[in-house]
Design a protein around this ligand. Sequence first.
Ligand SMILES: C[S@@+](CC[C@H](N)C(=O)[O-])C[C@H]1O[C@@H](n2cnc3c(N)ncnc32)[C@H](O)[C@@H]1O
Length: 209
Amino acid sequence: MSEYWSQRFRQEGMIWGSEPSPTALLARDTFRQYQLKSVLVPGAGYGRNTKVFSEEFQTYGIELSQIALEMAVEWDPMSYYIAGSALYCKLDRQVDAIYCYDVLHLFLEEDRRRLVANCLEQLRPGGLLFFTSFSDEDLNYGCGRMIEPDTYEYKEGKYAHFFSEIGLREHFAETEVLETGTQLETLRSPQGVTHTYILRYILARKSTL
Ligand SMILES: C[S@@+](CC[C@H](N)C(=O)[O-])C[C@H]1O[C@@H](n2cnc3c(N)ncnc32)[C@H](O)[C@@H]1O
């Protein structure tokens, strides 16, 4: 997976532009409201979303692609980056919050479970999680070869999991779900080309027990 992303970042630069996702602003406002101090961003890419948090929280990004990391250090030097896989990386301290944008749907079921479990390990009891992912309401849902339930090779050589509301909640069954929602997301490439799709998000709290 690392080579796929590195090649895209090498060829396309800031693939989704420099503006953060509106969901990052929503997560930031929520984390602010709860007076949280530290945020982990697994699959941080080139830092377009970490930058929203690093202005006011101690922010850590985990990223697999070396090229993305080099871009992230330039774009958002205030965050602290860790090279490696968000499925396995451990921090030396637990954080107050996790924001994870469009990474969960990249994996098959076993690794999706692993990602959520590893994120929960890096989060302190009572901490908040905000995850986004592709939605089963998106036009690409059901396109191409089915690899697993709700997971399709929607582009040649590229698959994704398209979450239902129930499926997303079920991945976070260990947590207290505070809010879920869907959103029309518009991405703008550096060349000004836009792409709109539907995502789901979930805000949840790790148990204090
Ligand atoms: C769809 S992009 C989203 C990027 C970023 N979250 C953003 O909002 O711009 C997925 C990102 O996850 C990274 N990635 C994929 N698998 C990963 C893994 N196992 N651990 C850490 N990062 C990973 C990719 O390199 C890529 O930067």
